[in-house]
Ligand binder design. Structure first.
Ligand code: NAI
Length: 320
């Protein structure tokens, strides 16, 4: 017969689970047998105010449906307290969904330190503190699943979101390193750049688009990545929303290699400029370039040539 992916006996912590995507994750994991910690401090989408209602409503909905959940109202900056709720209530922590987030959109010209600092606190410090508190449990039990939440704004930039973009791209480096450090302990970490209708996007997207972007449609990817059956998909970046899911990765151009001696001038680099950005024979690195090999190759090259036919202040010239 049909079988569900299930999470019976596991404890899942979902941060920012009082609404939007977090609520969809929490409800799903509870419906598939997990004990869920519904964390939310209940503030506005700009990070103002707070209260217990947001988390309480989700917990009571889960309980009414026969699931197991407890509320936690701490800010993600107090990750220790959130993970402590999981341990005190259910005795363990298996899955951490770092989802909580706010916006402080403003042009870079007008950005204030407090807009920058608050976004870093919630997204960067928050994800760190929760993962840091869960990590010793994950290592000890040789099991853990982490989802961090990036954004298209982090991957590509977005007007008025330089604080948020920086915080969201940070999730990628963070995840890539946790994945490397966690692998031998069966701690699997991935990062998603979701798109979904929520109060965060309600004002910037038309209703027909919002209808097509239900938070529930981000859930299957998160479910697959955090299930015990996933022991190899780790350190990956996914774009997800509206039924679309795609992995993203780094691409390295062919690149220029110059002999590193006196002939290595700015003009010599200009001469090879095309190769620096030549993506016709790309590679897809998961680590830094092999510099020892490149150094050896570079020593076998002839002396570099200055640029030819460079339009230099309106004149064609040899440039060094
Ligand atoms: P949302 O505003 O509906 O949900 C975020 C939740 O996090 C709220 O319930 C809020 O109270 C809670 N929260 C905020 N600061 C907190 C803190 N310090 N501690 C604990 N809880 C806190 O927004 P949505 O759309 O569900 O966002 C979820 C995540 O997805 C966020 O990280 C967001 O940046 C990210 N995201 C969402 C996109 C979308 O299209 N909805 C696009 C890209 C990223």
């Amino acid at each position: 017969g049909l079988k569900q992916l299930r999470y019976d006996g596991q404890t899942v912590v979902v941060t920012g689970a009082g609404g939007g995507l977090g609520k969809a994750y929490a409800t799903f994991f509870a419906s598939r047998g997990a004990n869920v910690v519904v964390n939310d401090l209940g503030g506005s989408f700009k990070g103002e105010g707070g209260g217990s209602a947001a988390a309480d409503v989700v917990v009571s909905e889960i309980k009414q449906a026969g699931g197991k959940a407890v509320a936690n109202y701490d800010s993600v900056e107090n990750g220790d307290a959130i993970i402590k709720t999981a341990i005190d209530s259910f005795g363990r922590i298996d899955v951490l969904i770092n989802n909580a987030g706010i916006l402080r959109d403003i042009s870079f010209k007008n950005m204030k330190d407090q807009d920058w600092d608050l976004i870093m606190k919630v997204h960067v410090v928050g994800a760190y503190k929760c993962a840091r508190a869960a990590w010793p449990y994950f290592r000890k039990q040789k099991y853990g699943r982490v989802i961090n939440t990036a954004s298209a704004a982090g991957l590509f930039g977005a007007f008025g979101q330089c604080n948020y973009s920086a915080a969201k791209l940070a999730q990628i480096g963070f995840t890539e390193t946790l994945a490397k450090e966690g692998l031998k302990y069966n701690i699997i970490c991935n990062v998603i750049a979701p798109i979904a209708a929520s109060r965060m996007t309600a004002t910037i997207m038309p209703p027909e688009v919002l209808d097509a972007l239900r938070p529930e449609w981000v859930v299957p990817l998160v479910a697959v990545l955090t299930h015990s059956s996933n022991e190899s998909e780790t350190g990956s970046i996914f774009e997800v929303g509206g039924g679309h899911m795609a992995k993203l990765r780094w691409e390295r151009a062919k690149g220029a290699l110059l002999r590193a001696d006196d002939s290595f001038t700015p003009g010599a680099l200009l001469n090879k400029w095309g190769a620096v950005g030549d993506f016709s024979e790309p590679s897809y690195p998961t680590g830094v370039a092999n510099f020892m090999e490149l150094l050896e190759d570079a020593q076998r090259l002839p002396a570099n040539l200055p640029s030819e036919n460079i339009d230099y202040n309106g004149k064609v010239a040899l440039v060094t």
